[in-house]
Design a protein. Structure first.
Lengths: 341, 341
DNA sequence: CTGTTAGCGCGTTCAG
DNA sequence: CTGAACGCGCTAACAG
């Protein structure tokens, strides 16, 4: 049987209350007594039973998810996963609330973060817009002792406790290699569609992509990035325009959202051309396009894993506990038409 | 606040003990009383607090993992993950024991399974050798009410509660497409190295691989499968031999373990040739080979996820609970040199 | 057949 | 500064 507080109390020759004060670092214990207890804890290898502790405290974890208002499938999917987590909240002792902020708007994000400083939830998860003022607002929360994790897109130089998202530089590099190898040495141009260079995930994907392209596939040249703001209509217009004007395009890398528009443009403008296309995020639209051959490979981050991981990490941090690192690594999924889930 | 047993008792006008009897389907309750309680449970939307229940019961979950004795990195890694789970056992209320059986030996597996029927652990996880007698032994356990999950390789036609492993047909198909597209229309032969056709995962990978090859890459022909029994030395010998004799080989698919031997053979025999190679399982050896260009892509199953998933599922089944399906799907990882973890 | 009561491991009063 | 006593939601004797 694993040791309990009683065992500590007996070993240290004190009462349960004193043990508890030491365990929860509350005041009112003499230094010598505290040391005695701490030694006992170490010697008998005590580990707190979190379930019992939460039961006694009647503890719940109020968590806040800050999500951008975006009309694209990926963000809808992310939202759905948060809703699914809310449905599990009674079982998981969480109380999750979502807050919507306009996309790519650092000011709005900062306002929400500062309000949360007052509210003091057990934890905050946010899809970060990468700006210094956002970083500062997050760091204020962290300094106030509120666990913060970034979701999907990280925040440069901030003190956030954890990032629940994929390695986007690696994602960009992988996209480049897939595109390069699938094109098998052909010479031509590659178009790149992004959402916005204001979010770090998109910048990093581009960075990784460009690096591998330059180093290993010199016969392919990258065209200036098209920024579609993750909006299907805008993406459609911009891509259609590029395909009309540039006949040298043989590959496309779509590193953001709004792929509905991209696919529409591809079907309209590239019926007679053979393009190799790599896109991000598995949605109903990209899935269909992968199956019908419009897209050749999809890189994906599993929104469900990201949300569940964020919750696990926030709860653990709130309790000062450690997490299974390998379990919280969000992997980059690569889907060909053969391994769709 | 979520409803508790007290609320049920009050609503149904009975005592806690009666509520408990109904909840745990124990005898000694009149039919009418039982119905009253069940209605109350339904009406107030009660869900049992598993943590509190386990605390009260002092419950632990004795689990048994049956693993094959194999000297290859993948099985070592799987073993390590089980050991890691054992290290967490006090926190997770598990008592995990591993049993080693000779690989590819249905008889040995059946003996162990039948012994477990006596021991009656809370759950059993096994790497299945796909044979009718094993299936029957597993079905006996299931009929006895013991939760069983297959790990890594599934068991055809059995009643096991769950399979914690990847979709191996999809894995084979994916390997074929990667190899085919990377080879970009070249004409030649493809060698296939497997462990044994006695395990279902290897058979399925081959099946998927052959299907896509035949349908979509007719310029590539598959050579007769080499069975290396997941043994590095045997794999080395057989692959070296094949490479010497067949100068038309331009691609290799290694769908089992023992890649240490494969890599050795490739480095010895194919220095002057340009082979495209897809292999399974990320280990120290395959990782190095991917980085130095000997291997072009690695398909992987995350042993840690498989073990943790098996444990979650076994515990849930033991309690008659449901699981988050999407969370228990083991994904096929695809690694290029750019997205290694 | 049903109810009472004493814990499980822990946190929190409230006296001392 | 320290300890005894009670309660969290649930289960398991033991009575009745």
């Amino acid at each position: 049987m694993r040791p309990t507080v009683h065992d500590i109390a007996a070993a240290a020759g004190v009462s349960l209350a004193t043990v508890d004060r030491v365990l929860n670092q509350r005041p009112g214990v003499r230094h010598v007594t505290r040391e005695k207890v701490e030694n006992a804890i170490r010697e008998i290898g005590y580990v707190r039973d979190v379930a019992a502790a939460n039961l006694a405290k009647g503890r719940t974890y109020p968590l806040v998810f800050i999500l951008p208002t975006s009309d694209n499938s990926f963000m809808h999917g992310l939202n759905d996963e948060v809703q699914a987590a809310i449905a599990r909240s009674s079982v998981e002792r969480t109380q999750i609330r979502t807050v919507e902020v306009p996309a790519f708007d650092p000011g709005a994000l900062v306002r929400v973060l500062d309000e949360l400083g007052e509210e003091r939830p057990s934890g905050v998860a946010l899809v970060a817009t990468d700006a210094p003022e956002v970083r500062d607002a997050v760091d204020r929360l962290v300094k106030d002792g509120i666990p913060v994790v970034t979701l999907v897109s990280d925040l440069t130089g901030s003190q956030r406790h954890h990032y629940a998202g994929v390695d986007n530089i690696a994602a960009g590099r992988t996209a480049a290699r897939l595109l390069g190898r699938f094109l098998g040495g052909s010479k031509g141009e590659v178009a790149v569609l992004a959402g916005s260079m204001l979010v770090r995930d998109h910048r990093e994907r581009l960075e990784g992509f460009a690096a591998v392209m330059a180093a290993e596939f010199p016969s392919l040249s990258i065209l200036p990035v098209i920024e579609g703001r993750d909006d299907p209509d805008m993406a459609h217009m911009l891509v259609a325009d590029a395909l009309s004007k540039k006949s040298g395009i043989i590959g496309v890398y779509s590193l953001g959202a709004g792929n509905r528009g991209l696919i529409k443009a591809l079907k309209e403008k590239a019926v007679d051309r053979s393009l190799t296309v790599v896109a991000h995020e598995l949605t109903a639209h990209t899935r269909a396009a992968l199956l019908d051959g419009t897209i050749d490979a999809i890189l994906n981050q599993n929104a469900g894993h990201e949300v569940r991981s964020a919750i696990r990490v926030l709860k653990a941090k709130a309790d000062g506990l450690s997490v299974i690192e390998a379990q919280e690594r969000i992997r980059l999924d690569i889907f060909l038409k053969d391994n769709l889930p």
